[in-house]
Design a protein around this ligand. Structure first.
Ligand code: C5P
Length: 218
């Protein structure tokens, strides 16, 4: 059976996570937040202190990682039996994730974990290379972005809501550094897939973006 896939790629802070989750709920489809997989690996290698050890060791950790997404009232992410949800949101985790995400062997090791999410009745996949590398066959593709200042403000609000004290200038610098690395890396860079629809969410409400994405599938 051909399982429909909707990919939503774009830079950090564009609203991909919120929109993808809402769209997946409305369609009754599965949801893959691929950034969380990279973030979880970043946490794991920091904890195990293997970043300096080399690529082969990181790949070993990536393949052994036991990652579970729980979706009851709250979205919880469990790594090797431990709830890591709160640690995932830290910008330091995101930065480490973006560093290891530029290494081809690590991307290859995480590919199967992502493919596994393609289950009936359908999948909404959010990330940087969902429509270009992981699910190039996807029937529906979106590139979701927003201006740099909007994205920094959104990230600032998100962190404040979680009780994390963050400086907007620092956030802007972190986001710019991470986006540049994601755009310029040799493997699976963040690019606009030519068969994707382009949405700039800078002046749009979440509901309006969700409607536009849903209209593509309907
Ligand atoms: O989406 P999120 O901000 O959680 O992603 C964290 C980092 O993981 C990104 O900056 C990017 O470097 C990496 N990533 C990736 N490919 C994906 C998803 C995330 O390289 N599909």
């Amino acid at each position: 059976m051909d399982i429909p896939v909707l990919t939503i790629d774009g830079p950090s802070g564009a609203g991909k996570g919120t929109v993808s989750l809402l769209v997946a709920q409305k369609l009754g489809w599965h949801y893959l937040d691929s950034g969380t997989i990279y973030r979880a690996l970043a946490l794991e290698i920091t904890e195990k202190n293997v970043f300096e050890a080399g690529v082969a060791d990181i790949v070993e950790v990536a393949l052994a990682m036991d990652l579970v997404f729980e979706c009851d009232e709250e979205r919880l992410v469990i790594l090797d039996g431990q709830d890591i949800t709160d640690l995932l949101g830290l910008e330091s985790t995101a930065n480490m994730a973006s560093k290891i995400a530029a290494i081809p062997e690590i991307r290859a090791a995480l590919l199967q974990k992502q493919h596994y999410f393609k289950q009936p009745p359908g999948l909404v996949a959010d990330g940087r290379d969902m429509g270009t590398v992981v699910f190039p066959e996807a029937a529906y593709k979106v590139f979701l972005t927003a201006s740099a200042s909007t994205r920094a403000e959104r990230r600032h609000k998100q962190l404040k809501k979680k009780g994390i004290d963050a400086n907007i200038l620092q956030i802007t610098a972190d986001i710019e550094e991470r986006d540049q690395r994601d755009r310029e890396r040799q493997i699976a860079p963040l690019v606009f897939a030519t068969d994707a629809i382009y949405i700039d969410s800078s002046n749009m409400s979440i509901e309006a973006v969700v409607e536009e994405v849903l209209s593509l599938v309907r």
